[in-house]
Design a protein around this ligand. Structure first.
Ligand code: GAP
Length: 444
């Protein structure tokens, strides 16, 4: 992880938030390459979800009526048990003390469990993870609102608006990508558990009785999505929630877990939420949330199958999965270790780099023309600095799938070399065909 975090900072994927002020725990900034990778992940998800007949997209407000969070159960249930160390004032999630280290510099390397055994900890008390703020100028209880801890509720409360506005009827889904906030007691593992993060959630509304079948369909589809985007199959697994560990809303739940360097961790949850959410909103709002089927004249409260992926956690999983160190030949026939991010070309922040082999003989002009031709269609990078081998390494390290070199042969036959990142194979392609060649290769 340390190597990946360091590369992420050095090459402009992820920076610590407010770093010059010492950072803000649990918050991260995406740099120029990180924001491209994140956007490409979100675009791939958005396309897979909404470029189909039976799913509509929305973008709901982050701040919602406070009753939403009473209905959803977050005000009463969205808590973690917390303990404090009376001596060093460190705070721990009570169920994670065994994995934690003591917070005091005086006891560096000491297990928190040891301090607990010595009676230094308070009793566990429940801590609500929602961030509170106020609407309007008066900071009293009547003005309290919450930063949403999940995007899902914005979908549930809009279910009937979307159904009627888009003339959809169950089975159909609503997809949304957006920020969510949780005041996690302990943030950890880079982007894995943060206080501000993005979710990609889709709620699929189905007729009761068809929910188990849809649950299985969505489980299969979501696992395949990660595999199709190049994630190593062997590093993905299912984790089914035990009946006594199910969230208060869930009838059945599976997590898609990725094998991170620190162990298996959830990247997406697929939940059969039954009719819990719509029934709760009906009860708390006093408005019917039932669906009336005009054809069959049936009225019912749909069941919901939820697919809830973390965009930030998926980002981290794609980054970790892409990271490779491997032996590569050098120009003088020796070998060296190259660091390469083997992103699926669709996700790669930069799709192609263009190099003039040397800065003379008209090569830079041809390279600049090619760059200008590609730029409206994809993110490209121009580099004329240093030996071409060094330039390849710099692009490998940020996962650019194709490097195009203009060389002396280009001057005679208008072809260029296109070098593919993973195989390092080079092919000659006519300049006039480069754009088409790249477009096809990136899509596949
Ligand atoms: N609407 C259901 C829901 O929010 P969840 O399992 O609490 O379910 C879904 O969260 C996904 O959101 C997780 O699989 C994870 O990818 C992401 N996520 C949750 N908490 C997170 C955090 N503190 N930091 C980063 N990602 C988080």
């Amino acid at each position: 992880m340390d190597k990946i975090v360091s590369l992420a900072k050095r090459r402009g994927f992820v920076f610590q938030s407010s770093e010059i002020y010492g950072g803000l725990n649990g918050c991260w900034d995406y740099g120029p390459l990180g924001v491209e990778l994140l956007r490409n992940i979100k675009d791939a998800w958005w396309q897979s979800m909404t470029y189909r007949e039976d799913i509509e997209g929305i973008d709901a407000a982050i701040l919602m009526h406070p009753r939403v969070w009473e209905a959803s159960g977050h005000v009463s249930n969205f808590t973690d048990p917390m303990v404090d160390c009376k001596e060093c004032k460190a705070r721990f999630r009570a169920d994670q003390v065994d994995e934690a280290m003591c917070g005091s510099p005086a006891y560096k390397g000491r297990k928190a469990a040891k301090c607990q055994a010595e009676g230094k900890f308070t009793e566990a008390r429940q801590f609500n993870l929602m961030f509170k703020t106020f609407v309007g100028p008066v900071e009293d209880e009547g003005a309290v609102v919450y930063l949403r801890p999940e995007t899902a509720q914005g979908i549930f409360v809009n279910f009937l608006n979307v159904a009627s506005g888009s003339r959809q009827k169950p089975p159909f889904g609503i997809a949304q990508i957006g920020k969510a906030f949780r005041n996690e007691i302990n943030t950890k593992n880079f982007l894995f558990r943060t206080r501000e993060f993005e979710q990609m959630e889709m709620q699929f509304f189905v007729k009761p009785g068809t929910d188990v079948e849809w649950f299985e369909k969505w489980r299969a589809e979501r696992m395949q999505w990660f595999i199709d985007l190049g994630m190593t199959k062997e590093k993905l697994q299912w984790h089914q929630h035990e009946p006594d560990k199910l969230a208060h809303y869930a009838k059945d739940a599976y997590d898609i877990e990725y094998q991170f360097p620190f162990g298996w961790g959830e990247i997406e949850g697929i939940h059969n939420r039954s009719d819990f959410d719509l029934s709760q909103h009906e009860k708390y709002s006093g408005k019917s949330m039932q669906y009336f089927d005009q054809e069959s004249k049936e009225k019912y409260t749909p069941y919901i199958i939820e697919t809830s992926a973390g965009a930030s956690r998926s980002f981290m999983a794609f980054l970790v999965d892409a990271y490779n160190e491997e032996e590569a030949p050098t120009a003088d026939g020796k070998s060296e270790i190259r660091t390469v991010l083997k992103f699926h070309p669709r996700l790669a922040p930069t799709k192609a780099a263009v190099f003039p082999l040397v800065n003379r003989d008209g090569m830079p002009e041809i390279a600049r023309n090619l760059e200008a031709d590609l730029r409206p269609h994809m993110r490209v990078f121009y580099d004329d600095g240093g030996a071409v081998g060094r330039r390849y390494r710099r692009q490998d390290e940020v996962g650019t799938p194709f490097c195009i070199t203009i060389d002396s042969e280009t001057l005679t036959n208008q072809t260029v070399t296109v070098r593919e990142r993973d195989s390092m194979n080079q092919e000659r392609v006519a300049i006039s065909q480069v754009r088409n060649y790249l477009s096809v290769s990136i899509r596949s």
